[in-house]
Every structure is written in structure tokens, then in C-alpha cells.
Design a protein around this ligand. Structure first.
Ligand code: NAP
Length: 418
């Protein structure tokens, strides 16, 4: 494809993102990109576009030799993968926003791109309007990326903001998020952390060359956070965020997880409120950089899709530099986390599994403790997800210095505490 070549688009999906893109493209004639056909699921639905545009037969788009770009923005993972892979095999460039599909099929998607040599772009799939994927690919094309911390899910961030600022309990805050259009009728993918971990799989690939499956990464959502946790946070001058993070350890491996976290008020992420997303990147010489913007919604998401379509004009493709041109990093299971755990009954908390305990408040109705525990222990066991237990990371959660850990354990033993 040469620069300024006309792009003839076959669009899959005409929902929040698809219709947004249709409108945005009408307002950007300079792009020389036009939608030839739209494939949807239900032909009887009323649409704000000429009916001749629509079909339910995917092959009208996939087999049309005049269509050179497929934009896939449907809401089902398996058909999305079939559409994307057929499009690439049929010689078409592809733009997608389907994070679940990409995270679940990353190895196949990488292989297809290698085999076909075609572009497959998906900036909208992580943090929507924030151009984080292309920045990780192009600007941070080096070995100096120390850490990446991000709020990647607007629904959960909206709920946490309402629990904190308006002192709502979880159910009230969720209802308000749904009424304001910031949470789905079935919010489980967002609330339980699946959406966030899917995005994190995508960003880990571009940041560190790690090809992971969502289930390789320790994650949870905000389903167990309660008003008592928000009250403890307020007492300590912390806010709570669902943070997806990755940190390069001294051994060169990467600690990566998606968990609720207490953040200090001077942390950039505490600035990210309501439905917004944010990314803090820490690198060798630049110190910290902060990206902030809308992580969902019709036009913000369509703007990222539009930017990808525009990039196809100059044959832009992800090179996956960290994966193919550098030594890719590996995930580590060998580190420790400082966590706050709140609970109804201390019998449900295996205190002996903690390396050490720093706070213990067992008198209150809602009890809590702060302690240090092996990441592997949380990954392999589920006690912290059960019996109304809530786990929130401390502000500086990763501990990797084993010597200090051993000394501390020894000191607690000597003091007769453990
Ligand atoms: N909404 C956001 O803010 C946002 C942000 C970033 C990424 N995304 C991702 O973008 C994608 C689309 O999201 P959305 O919010 O636009 O979804 P949506 O509003 O639910 O719309 C989904 C569209 O896909 C069509 N569809 C479903 N299955 C299909 C199939 N097998 N073949 C053809 N069309 C099919 C539906 O057709 P009908 O109209 O006939 O039902 C509908 O038009 C998802 O993967 C989502 O995760 C969304």
C-alpha cells in the first residue's frame, strides 16, 4: 500500500464503536477512506445509515477484492478471531478494537502477521483514546523501561471514585455507573478484572516482549472492595485504584499483575478519576511520564481506530521490537507483595503464610491486617478471594530483596511474634 492510497473499508460491527467510526469518517474526508460495506448480526435493527450498506454475510466483505482494509469492532471473541484471520489470509490489512479476542489469541495473531506480512493494528484495544501501544513500540524502543502502571478499565475506576468521593457502597456505586452508561448491564467482565487483564496481556507484549495468556497473570477486580476498605484508605490518605502493573526486577525478569491498590494522593494515578484511564511509564533517564485520557466511549474509541486506519496509509505495522529485536523478558513468580487484607473472621486468614505482618486490627467489626506475602502464594491459592475477604496492595507493593526479608522474618521469630 503506497502513501495516500485510497482505503476501502469493510466494517464489522455497527455498535458503540462501529457507528462512532462511521460518523467520525464522515467528518474526516481528507483521510480518503470510505466504508464500502458493514457486516452486522441483526439485519432488522434500525440504523442511522443507508440500509444498502449492511449485510449479515461476512464473505461479502472478506472476499471482495476492492476492499483493502477490514475494521473489526464486534463484541464476540471467537467470530472476531475468525474474521481477522480470514481477512489477513485474504491479503487485507486489519484494524481491531477487540481486546478479549487479541489477548486470547495473541500467539496465533503474531504468527499470522509474520506469515502474511500485513498490518494488524489495535490501538483502541488498550486504553482506547490514549496512544499507548504505539508509544511503547516506537518511543520506548529500548531496554530501559523500568515500570508501567496503569488504570485500564473505566467502569471499575468510576465505581471506585464514587465509593471514595460520595461514600457509596459497592452496589450503589455499580448501579450509578450503569445508570450513567459507564458499566454494562452484565458488568462482570469489568468488575472481576477480566477486561483489565486482557488489556494488560496486550500491553505486556509491546512493553516487554512478553507473550502471556490472561490466566498466566495474577489478577482480580474490585468485586470484594467494600465501604470499610474505602474508610481505611481515607484514614491513611490513600485512594483505591484497580492498577495493572509491570515492574522490571533486579534479576531482569518482570513482575506483572492486576490488583486493587492503595495509591498515595501524590501518585499520578490518584489523579485519574471516574471513567478515565491513565498510564504512568517509568524509564531509565526520563523518570516518569503520565498519559491520561478516555479509555472507552464511542468517539474516543473511534478516534484510536481512525488513527490506525490513517497509519495504514504509510504501511505502518507493529514490529514487536521487544519480542523480535531485543531479548524478550520473562514473567517472574519470585517476588513478594505488601498487601492489606480485610476480613470478617481471622480464621479465614492463613497468617502463617505471611513473611511478616506489619499491622493487625482484629477488634473492629471489619478486621484488617497489612503484611508481606509471596506472589506465588497468592497465585496458587484462593483464600484471599473467598469468605468476603478483600485484598488491596500497599502503595509500594513489590519487595524483591530476599536478604532483608530473611532478616525481618528472623527478627519476628526472635521476638516470639511468629
Ligand atoms: N465500547 C467501547 O467503549 C469500547 C472501547 C474499546 C474497545 N471496545 C471493543 O470494541 C468491540 C466493539 O464494542 P462495542 O461497544 O462497539 O460493541 P456493541 O455496541 O455491543 O456492538 C457490537 C456490534 O457487533 C455486531 N456483531 C456481533 N456479532 C457479530 C458477528 N458475528 N458478525 C457481525 N457483526 C456482529 C453487532 O451487530 P448488531 O448491531 O446486529 O447486534 C453490533 O453491531 C468490542 O470488542 C469491545 O471490547 C469497545
Amino acid at each position: 500500500m503506497t502513501a495516500h492510497k485510497e482505503l476501502t473499508i469493510g466494517l464489522f460491527g455497527f455498535g458503540v464503536v462501529g457507528e462512532g467510526l462511521y460518523k467520525v469518517l464522515q467528518k474526516t474526508p481528507s483521510l480518503k477512506a470510505s466504508i464500502k460495506k458493514v457486516c452486522i448480526k441483526d439485519i432488522t435493527k434500525k440504523r442511522d445509515a443507508p440500509s444498502s450498506l449492511f449485510t449479515t454475510n461476512r464473505y461479502e466483505l472478506l472476499n471482495d477484492p476492492t476492499i483493502n482494509v477490514i475494521v473489526e469492532v464486534i463484541n464476540q471473541s471467537q467470530p472476531a478471531f475468525e474474521i481477522v484471520s480470514t481477512a489477513l489470509k485474504n491479503g487485507k490489512e486489519v484494524v481491531s478494537a477487540s481486546k478479549k479476542m487479541i489477548a486470547e489469541h495473541l500467539p496465533e495473531i503474531l504468527r499470522l502477521q509474520k506469515e502474511t506480512g500485513l498490518s494488524f493494528l489495535y490501538e483502541a484495544a488498550a486504553c482506547a483514546s490514549i496512544p499507548v501501544i504505539r508509544n511503547l513500540e516506537e518511543y520506548y524502543d529500548n531496554d530501559l523501561l523500568h515500570s508501567l502502571r496503569s488504570i485500564v478499565n473505566g467502569s471499575t475506576n468510576y465505581i471506585l471514585t464514587k465509593m471514595f468521593e460520595d461514600k457509596l457502597d459497592f452496589k450503589q456505586a455499580l448501579l450509578q455507573a450503569q445508570q450513567s452508561g459507564f458499566a454494562e448491564t452484565d458488568p462482570s467482565l469489568d468488575i472481576d478484572g477480566w477486561d483489565a487483564v486482557n488489556k494488560w496481556v496486550i500491553l505486556l507484549c509491546h512493553a516487554y516482549g512478553i507473550v502471556a495468556n490472561p490466566t498466566d497473570i495474577l489478577f482480580t477486580g474490585i468485586q470484594d472492595i467494600n465501604a470499610g476498605d474505602a474508610a481505611v484508605g481515607r484514614e491513611k490518605n490513600y485512594e483505591i485504584r484497580l492498577v495493572a502493573q509491570a515492574k522490571k526486577l533486579q534479576n531482569g525478569k518482570v513482575a506483572a499483575f492486576v490488583l486493587p491498590q492503595f495509591v498515595k494522593q501524590d501518585d499520578h494515578l490518584s489523579f485519574v478519576k471516574n471513567e478515565y484511564n491513565g498510564v504512568v511509564i517509568e524509564s531509565g533517564f526520563a523518570d516518569k511520564q503520565f498519559f491520561y485520557g478516555k479509555g472507552a466511549g464511542s468517539f474516543p474509541t473511534a478516534s484510536a481506530v481512525l488513527s490506525d486506519i490513517s497509519a495504514l496509509r504509510y504501511e505502518y505495522k507493529y514490529e514487536y521490537k521487544k519480542l523480535y529485536h531485543h531479548q524478550p523478558h520473562q514473567l517472574s513468580n519470585n517476588f513478594f507483595l505488601r498487601v492489606y487484607v480485610s476480613f470478617d473472621d481471622w480464621k479465614n486468614i492463613p497468617r502463617e503464610k505471611f513473611e511478616w505482618i506489619e499491622e493487625w486490627h482484629a477488634q473492629e467489626e471489619r478486621k484488617y491486617m497489612v503484611g508481606v506475602i509471596a506472589y506465588q502464594e497468592l497465585k496458587e491459592n484462593n483464600w484471599w478471594r473467598q469468605n468476603n475477604t478483600s485484598l488491596i496492595l500497599s502503595p509500594e507493593p513489590v519487595i524483591e530483596n530476599v536478604e532483608i526479608r530473611k532478616l525481618k522474618k528472623k527478627s519476628l521469630e526472635l521476638a516470639g511474634i511468629i
